[in-house]
Design a protein around this ligand. Structure first.
Ligand SMILES: NC(=O)c1ccc[n+]([C@@H]2O[C@H](COP(=O)([O-])OP(=O)(O)OC[C@H]3O[C@@H](n4cnc5c(N)ncnc54)[C@H](OP(=O)(O)O)[C@@H]3O)[C@@H](O)[C@H]2O)c1
Length: 311
């Protein structure tokens, strides 16, 4: 079976490359640009010198290009790790069409291409499809999604567009993704807690961090063991547990030994942002655990794993 991964140069895409090493299936890793040199170095560090780091160029906004690579390689699965992920940047009104193209139209392109070959599309969505309603219990898959910003709205459109095509699909909504690759909150806070004597971090936004490696492992296990058969639909996957960005930062500082930095909680309105982020977007993971039997690590255990690799 040939499986195509998009957005291979991103956080989740790189983690997919690590966890699929040695698979009985053939994986083709693609992205709109060539590999980033610093990612290659980390890939070799984490997966060994013999890991295949080839990235084939593919722009997922181009349906003909998707059809061509699917046909040439007899692709039967696509794992879509590509997206517009800059939440603040998505609020720039001049960027709306581009964000919608990447987060809503491009997943539809992938769905059309998979529908044509009776394949399966695995797509990644976000906890930010929630947030507009004042929930205070973990969000379930069938709950109404009312996003607070353009990123969440366009990701919700992406889910709806995939569903409309009638393709076999698995949509994993995840949250607060971080990894050894790319830019993310963990790397930023590792730097800040090492260099700043004081730091204020918001405590009024609550969710669950997710190490992208854990999500990649869950996706790979479901594909490799063909667990998706008869189980297509929407699933929630984050790490286990609940915290605020303030709690998250405290653990980053503790695990990295950056204890000299004085970290204090603050309210979101102390950091004006172009987008209102959800105050509570904890995902209920009962369905993914019951359906696929996946093990979901507690967020602090996974954070420690990532920090050990980074420092
Ligand atoms: N990051 C989070 O906190 C978070 C939270 C919840 C859900 N998610 C979802 O999880 C998934 C993976 O996120 P991530 O953090 O791994 O993303 P990421 O690191 O931003 O990677 C996305 C990749 O997609 C590429 N890309 C951009 N435009 C493309 C195009 N037209 N065709 C093909 N590839 C293109 C990007 O390339 P360039 O960098 O060159 O643009 C980048 O390599 C996304 O669906 C995201 O919405 C993320």
């Amino acid at each position: 079976m040939t499986i195509l991964v998009t957005g291979a140069n991103g956080q989740l895409g790189n983690e997919m490359c690590i966890v699929t090493k040695g698979s009985k299936d053939r994986f083709i890793f693609t992205d709109v640009c060539n590999e980033h040199p610093e990612s290659l170095e980390m890939l070799h560090k984490l997966a060994g010198d013999d890991v295949d780091t080839t990235t084939t160029k593919l722009d997922i906004t181009n349906l003909d290009a998707i059809r061509q690579i699917v046909k040439e390689n007899d692709v039967k699965f696509i794992v879509n790790c590509a997206a517009w992920t800059n939440v603040d940047g998505a609020e720039d009104s001049e960027k709306y069409e581009l964000v919608e193209l990447l987060n809503a139209k491009a997943p539809e392109n992938l769905a059309i291409a998979m529908k044509e070959v009776r394949g399966l599309l695995v797509h990644i969505s976000t906890d930010y499809v929630f947030g507009g309603d004042p929930y205070n219990i973990p969000c379930r898959e069938d709950q109404k999604g009312t996003p607070t910003g353009v990123y969440g709205l366009t990701k919700l459109h992406g889910e709806q567009n995939i569903q409309k095509t009638g393709v076999n699909h698995l949509i994993f909504r995840t949250a607060w993704l971080y990894s050894e690759f790319g830019k993310n909150f963990v790397k930023t806070m590792l730097n800040f807690t090492a260099t700043k004597p004081q730091l204020k971090v918001v405590f009024d936004q609550v969710g669950t961090p997710t190490h992208a490696r854990d999500l990649a492992k869950a996706i790979f296990d479901i594909i490799e063991n063909r667990r998706y058969e008869g189980n297509t639909g929407v699933y929630h996957y984050s790490n286990e547990g609940v915290c605020s960005w303030f709690d998250f930062t405290k653990m980053i500082a503790e695990y990295s030994g950056h204890t000299a930095c004085d970290i204090q909680p603050c309210h979101s309105d102390e950091f004006p942002s172009p987008v209102k982020r959800p105050a509570f977007s904890v995902l209920d993971k009962s369905k993914v655990k019951e359906t696929f039997g996946v093990i979901v690590p507690y967020w602090t255990e996974s954070l420690l794993t990532c920090i050990k690799s980074l420092i």
